[in-house]
Design a protein around this ligand. Sequence first.
Ligand code: NAD
Ligand code: TYD
Length: 380
Amino acid sequence: MKRSIVVTGGAGFIGSHVVRLLVNKYPEYRIINLDKLTYAGNLANLKDIEDKPNYRFVKADICDFETVCALLQEEKVDGIIHLAAESHVDRSIKDPFTFARTNVMGTLSLLQAAKLYWEPQGWKVGDVPCRFYHISTDEVYGALQMTDPEGIEPPFTTKASSGKHHLAYGSEFFTEGTKYQPHSPYSAAKASSDHFVRAFHDTYGMPTVVTNCSNNYGPYQFPEKLIPLFINNIRHRKPLPVYGKGENVRDWLYVEDHARAIDLIFHEGKVADTYNIGGFNEWKNIDIIRVLINTVDRLLGRPEGADMDLITYVTDRAGHDLRYAIDSSKLQRELGWEPSLQFEEGIEKTVRWYLDNQAWMDNVTSGDYQKYYEEMYKGR
Ligand code: NAD
Ligand code: TYD
């Protein structure tokens, strides 16, 4: 079946992996990357596929309702995979309005445009059933405690509902039924957008699906987020600002595993359903930071651990969520998805990628990446 799919936010970190996967895997599909190119959008992330015949880039704001409506009609779009968002918690603390505008109003603009185009055709384009797939985060669920019912010092081994054992820092996990309790302006805006998506299903019958994923890591992540920022700082022997005591726990997933899950759920997920995506891979920030230091040092031929003194404890992030931990057993059970990489392998691969792609990093930190669109897309 031929499909025409808009991926929003395809020039960002996760979006670029999703676009690459879809463009390469489905030459018969048309993949349209709709992205405003904010500071977080970087078309150099997609250099390797930008000339493929089944790919088109459109520079536009999801809040620009008229443009979105026109694009859906022009391209006869039957699927939307919605990743465009403001995504950094620290920025949301300083500038919550931008987060409400893009994450809430932008999502509503896309939903309304899709409804106007799809509803009169019975939620089909030709004979292809439509789908609105909204990518969300585990942060909407709030924070979990670090507790152990048997009084063992965490991390301890726990058994997920999938039946597998893994290390955990608490006995509770976010499931698809966990109530929403966002704490940051970022997660509050994402939570609101999730509610709008579900409301469009319940009110109008739009075929929607929502996924909530844990922290991603891997190539092409903007170096304001913990892992790429710290790899770059260690390389340049700059201080590593650890918020609070570095005791906060995140559940990390390699970005290509997330992209594979998105592909699977877009095609096979149940309409109106929600799936949690995560790696059963909990780490304290400070432990990850030590792994990053050891790995960068080793790969650069420095004595392993030589850069531990770069660790600098700074004032904690306001409202800093203590622990995130996703139970992704529903996705594993129902659709057979599993993370493909162990964290140790994924981190090694990621550190190598950033060290081998210093030109990409320099282009981002200098701001030169923002000229890419004008230089490469002028006259297209
Ligand atoms: P990112 O910040 O790297 O990329 C966001 C992209 O959206 C950029 O290309 C940016 O230009 C684009 N964008 C922003 N505002 C726009 C607008 N108004 N119109 C059109 N495009 C716009 O983000 P990311 O880390 O790749 O996250 C992508 C999605 O996945 C987000 O919805 C985020 O909430 C979700 N998510 C991220 C993580 C994570 O760990 N990064 C985890 C779970 C869920
Ligand atoms: P981040 O990558 O911003 O993702 P999120 O806030 O969405 O989880 O941060 C990951 C963790 O690292 C989080 O607990 C905050 C912490 N952190 C630091 O300690 N120092 C930093 O400079 C950054 C960016 C994050």
